[in-house]
Ligand binder design. Structure first.
Ligand code: URA
Length: 240
């Protein structure tokens, strides 16, 4: 059972104090009956909870997938710049959502957004070695000799030792797929920087075994399907 003010706040996309005010004003109902008790206990799975007469779509945890566009910050809020949270449509927007990990402002591609802290923690823990695959466009040709170096584990300019990574060079030699299992600051850019190669474009094409769906255009966000969520959860188990 959960408190009514919590459900109204989370499901209705309003702050906890606004939720309380709305309940006290008689704007909330449970199974057709107006409830003015903010601490009233409800069962979100079975009770019909309404705000302004409209049923609240309450799910304890929400799992979203975004195709992040360029120029948007991977942050929950920023005074001046647009964030990935700003791109979430109203019907999916909740106050407790946060991005799982970080993509640079100029990086595009697959980003998971959730309010499930345990889920995020498992995906981000380096011990779980969750694979993240990127499509990289470089400002020069990549030599085959880099493949074993990436595999052995690179050492960044500041001495940070990285885990094994997979480099797959494409025919044109200046584009490649790179798969890493960590998420150090500017990691891919710094990995190629060791070899004096600059990254012109970076796009995350897969995360935890889940590929960026082709139909999800840049800037779009939707809920993960049950199958997609299962795919991510299975990836965690396989890589442990
Ligand atoms: N590596 C980077 O350099 N940038 C990203 O956004 C992700 C990985």
């Amino acid at each position: 059972m959960e408190r009514l003010d919590k459900i109204i706040s989370t499901g209705g996309g309003v702050s906890r104090s606004d939720a309380r005010k709305l309940i006290l004003k008689g704007k909330a109902s449970v199974n057709g009956e107006t409830i003015r008790d903010i601490a009233f206990k409800v069962e979100p799975k079975t009770d019909e909870i309404c705000l302004f007469g409209e049923a609240i779509n309450y799910k304890k945890h929400l799992y979203l997938i975004m195709n992040k566009p360029k120029g948007v910050l991977t942050a929950t809020e920023d005074k001046n710049k647009q964030t990935v949270i700003d791109l979430i449509p109203d019907e999916l927007r909740r106050r407790d959502l946060f991005p799982v990990g970080r993509l640079d402002k100029d990086t595009t591609g697959l980003l998971i957004i959730t309010n499930d802290g345990d889920f995020a923690h498992k995906l981000l823990s380096p011990n779980n070695k969750i694979p993240k695959k990127y499509f990289v466009t470089l400002d020069g040709d990549v030599g085959e000799e880099l493949i074993p170096k990436f595999k052995e584990g690179l050492t960044l300019a500041d001495g940070t030792e990285l885990s094994s990574a997979t480099l797959e060079i494409l025919k044109d030699k200046h584009t490649a797929f790179v798969t890493i299992t960590e998420g150090k600051y500017h990691q891919i850019k710094r990995m190629f920087g060791i070899f004096d190669l600059g990254v012109n474009e970076l796009k995350r094409v897969s995360f935890a075994g889940l590929e960026l769906p082709e139909a999800l255009l840049e800037g779009e966000v939707r809920e993960l399907t049950v199958n997609e969520l299962e795919c991510i959860n299975n990836a965690k188990i396989m890589t442990k």
